[in-house]
Design a protein around this ligand. Structure first.
Ligand SMILES: [Ca+2]
Ligand SMILES: [Ca+2]
Length: 195
């Protein structure tokens, strides 16, 4: 009798706990230093902080778990900044000027190989996540239109032609903000192999 009535409570507590963990926002933005003033919470991404009436307002912020890409321009444009989880009581100490943030997106959750491809230089515009070898990028992403790359985890080889043919170059973890930093011509990656 006891266990019969107790068990549902355990189950309820479990779900309540899971909900609370899930409810913690990925990114909290604040109007003033030291997390004071008006605030907004962002899950995943926001392409224009104007939508939240919070454009060019952020002075401090908290990042929960995964790194974020922050942009001084709307729609993932303008000068970019990559910030790791932590509490930033004065955002300008990270290099992000005070009252400049206009859009941002979280690096996709990872715990294994991950490479991010961007349609434009400086990690602007569309972003595609790749977690394993892809013989023909044209089948799933903007073929021949990758202009910047973030290698989050794993070492990869990029090829200029599909099926791991053509010019090849290694991509160890790091930031490749433009094609010259990858020593290949713009818009020429057609396949990717996880080393
Ligand atoms: Ca402010
Ligand atoms: Ca701005």
């Amino acid at each position: 009798m006891f266990s019969g009535s107790f068990l549902p409570h355990i189950v309820l507590l479990f779900f309540a706990g899971a909900f609370l963990v899930e409810a913690v926002p990925d990114l909290s933005l604040y109007e003033h230093t030291n997390f004071y003033g008006a605030s907004r919470t962002i899950r995943d991404k926001i392409e224009n902080l104007k939508y939240l009436n919070f454009d060019n307002t952020v002075t401090s912020m908290k990042i929960k778990e995964f790194p974020w890409l922050l942009y001084e321009g709307a729609y993932f444009r303008g000068k970019y900044h990559i910030l790791h989880p932590g509490n930033y009581a004065r955002a300008n100490e990270t290099g992000l000027p005070n009252d400049s943030l206009s859009s941002c997106r979280r690096i996709p959750k990872y715990g294994g190989p991950l490479i991010l491809l961007f349609k434009e230089t400086s990690f602007h515009d569309q972003m595609k996540e790749i977690r394993g070898s892809i013989p023909d990028l044209g089948s799933i992403v903007f073929d021949d239109e990758t202009s910047s790359i973030l290698v989050i985890q794993g070492t990869w080889t990029a090829f200029s032609k599909p099926n791991y043919q053509g010019k090849a170059f290694q991509l160890p973890p790091g930031r490749y903000a433009n094609p010259t930093s990858m020593t290949f011509d713009d818009n020429s990656i057609s396949s990717l192999k996880l080393v």
